[in-house]
Design a binder for this molecule. Sequence first.
Ligand SMILES: N[C@@H](CCC(=O)N[C@@H](CS)C(=O)NCC(=O)O)C(=O)O
Length: 239
Amino acid sequence: MITFYAYGAPNPHKVSIALLELGLEHEIKVVEIWKGEGQSPGFLAINPNGKVPVIVDHDTGLTISESNAILLYLAEKTGRLLPTDPARRQRALELLFFQASGVGPMFGQRAWFTLFAPEHVPYAITRYRNEAERLTGVIESLLPDDQPWFLGDEYSIVDIAFMGWIWTAVKMHFPIDAYPKLSAWLDRMLAREAVRQGIVTPNPLPTFGCPATAQPLAAPSTSASSGAASSERAEAVAA
Ligand SMILES: N[C@@H](CCC(=O)N[C@@H](CS)C(=O)NCC(=O)O)C(=O)O
């Protein structure tokens, strides 16, 4: 039995998806991060960094924070969603670290300065938009040309790790339509029941107004997306 401290946000949604994919028994405790509950003494005793997601695995007595560390833990606990082949496993770790240290923070800062910052800071908006766009191009290049998932034919926690912020970017009107492989990958992700449920558990992302500074990401190629446009996807999944 696992206790999952969560909120409807990109990093907890990764863990929601993994728990559902793996069919692991769990209870959810919602942490109201926008009301400051992450900084409450009770929650800081669970995670000194004051952020969600966190899991407590009552089978092992372990408490784990950091979304990608949790994904690794759940994959190793079940022996699923992580390759056993050493080279593929190493590739999985590389991509998980890239997602956690590069993509998450830069997409997060883009969202913050574009949508939430009480002060309009053009330099920060431009810097993080450029960095997020550059990283989206890197993600596009990391997807195989002729196979469905980041690790080729094997769906894994790497796909789940990227889903958190890619989905959030789409919902925030930072479209990915200019990236054909990424768009097609997102459609494959959204075809999975656990993914569709996970991105609305424990609650969906809010509806974001389209920021004045949002603009289509720079196209790395002229080929059109093979799937639905970002706005259609965002509307298609329960809001
Ligand atoms: N590196 C951490 C980041 C966790 C994180 O930033 N969580 C956000 C929600 S996506 C949060 O708890 N924010 C609340 C706050 O900053 O007060 C992870 O991957 O789990």
